[in-house]
Ligand binder design. Structure first.
Ligand code: ZN
Length: 270
């Protein structure tokens, strides 16, 4: 049996086929037509029977609903491809499945900082999903008004401060050309933006540790991967600001997975 698994993130679209000759490809997430991509994949590899998709947006009962950073709404892939089994889950929930398997831990939270800011939790081995599978959308809790608009339409989401897209928006507003944290740290004004960002991510991490009391909080995502030193800053922030009883029993760890969301999509397809 061959399986395919896909990480459809805010910036990149990655697909891997397993169980036959190894095959993978990566494209920009902009303008992805998922039905066309799967049609092409199935015509090349007819023996694929199961597909796992990690999607950086809202998903319910395997149906892609919407996303702040991707143009895709109300897509039921199993209706398009009835002979295949297609499993779709939110990218952070996929990452939580993968991190829980990696750390062999049943009470675990994940906070990923990439294009957006997302979180998910597993309690006693089960994903916390909520009524409509949107539990963990920490990027859209109110934090501070930035003068920018979030993909969800509000102007005070935590993601506007504590994410890669937030950093770029804040730099633009300050008329800085910088696109990375290293570039921002070269100027005084850029340093202030990085401080705001670190405070936002630390706030998100404190919130998870205080509210959900996980044994492990895994910090990952593209921005963390290229700036691992941020984990130390986050630990310090949580140590100072989290609820002590929760902080004392929680280990904050850097993700060791190459791509937690993609690995989670693989677990969905198995
Ligand atoms: Zn938002």
């Amino acid at each position: 049996m061959s399986i395919a698994f896909i990480d459809w993130g805010g910036t990149h679209f990655r697909c891997v086929v397993e169980g036959c000759e190894p095959f993978s490809f990566e494209k920009s997430s902009a303008d992805i037509d998922i039905v066309y991509e799967l049609e092409t994949l199935f015509s090349k590899f007819g023996h694929i029977s199961r597909v796992g998709i990690s999607f950086a947006g809202q998903v319910h009962n395997n149906i892609i609903l919407s996303a702040p950073n991707i143009s895709a709404t109300n897509i039921d892939l199993n209706a398009y491809f009835p002979s295949k089994s297609i499993f779709v889950q939110n990218d952070l929930k996929c990452a939580a499945l993968a991190e829980a398997a990696y750390f062999k831990e049943d009470n675990i939270g994940v906070l990923y900082v990439g294009t957006g800011l997302g979180s998910a939790y597993i309690e006693n081995g089960r994903l916390i999903c909520g009524e409509s599978n949107v539990a963990g959308e920490i990027g859209h809790i109110p934090y501070r008004t930035t003068g920018e608009k979030c993909g969800c339409g509000k102007d005070n989401c935590l993601e506007l401060t504590a994410s890669g897209s937030g950093l770029i928006k804040m730099a633009k507003t300050a008329n800085l050309d910088a696109k990375t944290i290293d570039e921002l740290l070269k100027s005084e004004e850029g340093k202030k933006i990085v401080e705001e960002f670190v405070g936002g991510v630390g706030y998100g991490a404190s919130l998870i540790v205080t509210m959900l009391n996980p044994k492990i909080l895994v910090i990952g995502g593209g921005i963390i991967k290229t700036n691992e030193w941020l984990v130390g800053e986050i630990k310090e922030y949580v140590g100072k600001n989290g609820f002590k009883k929760s902080v004392d029993t929680c280990e904050i760890k850097l993700s060791s997975l190459e791509n937690g969301s993609l690995e989670g999509a693989r677990l969905l397809a198995l």
